[in-house]
Design a protein around this ligand. Sequence first.
Ligand code: 1CP
Length: 366
Amino acid sequence: MSTLPPDGSGPAGSPFVRACRRLPVPHTPVWFMRQAGRSLPEYRALRGDGSILAAIADPALAAEATLQPVRRYGVDAAILFSDIVVPVEAVGFGVDVVPGRGPVVERPFRSADDLARLRPLEPEVDAPYVAEAVRLAVAELAPSGVPLIGFAGAPFTVASYLVEGGPSRTFTRVKSLMHAEPDLWRALLDRLAAMAVAFLSAQVAAGAAAVQLFDSWAGWLAPYEYEQWVLPATRQVLAAAAALGVPTILFGVGTGELLGLMGTSGADVVGVDWRVPLDRARARVGVGRAVQGNLDPSLCLGPWPVTAAAARRVLDEAGTEPGHVFNLGHGVLPETDPGILAELVSLVHAEGRAGVTGADRAPVAG
Ligand code: 1CP
């Protein structure tokens, strides 16, 4: 296992933060969504059989799970070990995260009466362990200059769990609420936007150097639905996060037709899944935005030559303009071989060209 990569420039001058801001970089930065988790044997050993929410509420454990992938892979950013349902759980909405399934809500959100169950989040009172985990992880990362990414669930994606009652493939109830009761829908999204802002602010105050807003399931919406009923609350969160002085990333799955709108969200970086080549994604999100992505997580299952060829295609499509953070198109699959991800980090560092000083003299191979 390698030690933390030495850097010395501090999180604000790190390749990751510079790429988010579309500045030149010494190498293409790379991290992986769900880099902390079941693909790592050291994570499985650390976690044992306890619930994920209990693990998240243990700051020493959460900080350690945050750092494991940085040590193992030499990625350019850590992401806090937490979950998008932590704020709603912390205000007592009644959410459990069921192994192998995901968040499950005891009493789903059905009517205006349920708004009373979503009181404002006071992070230092309701979930003090979050800031504490950030402080512990940031202190350990400090010598290496590796930044920590804080995150929150975007209002729509968190609402989808609250309204559906758990993971969904169709989002029927949430779409019905949005169309049939637009005022209640807006009130719900306003509450969730305020909670996301409070959650992100606490993480940045404790030392997070960037934030990512996960709108994982926004791609299930038509562009007009997204623009009318989701984007305003998303913009509110991103504006508040930007005011904290850190770069912001907005990510969703299946968002090909939404990328133009996401480019107007105020996010500095738009996350892209594997369905849209990055050159096309860049054109869709427009000038002034960086992109993050977008290797298909399935292609990280190897064999290595398959992963390497697919990664080179991503680097090629990212081009040479500044503003590319390499990542997967969605989270690391639990069956992924950690050895492949370590090799992938080396390949991206050696061959990435977007905004890399001297890139014009060394084109991407193969
Ligand atoms: O016990 C476990 O290990 C269960 C798996 C797990 C993990 C590792 C869950 C349950 N949450 C987490 C942590 C987590 N969740 C992180 C920490 C950082 C990291 O792992 O590297 C992050 C960033 C999240 C964010 C999250 N939770 C998202 C957005 C990202 C994405 O994957 O789109 C979503 C949608 C969730 C909900 C959730 N939590 C857990 C699961 C299995 C799910 C998805 C359920 C579904 O399919 O709807």
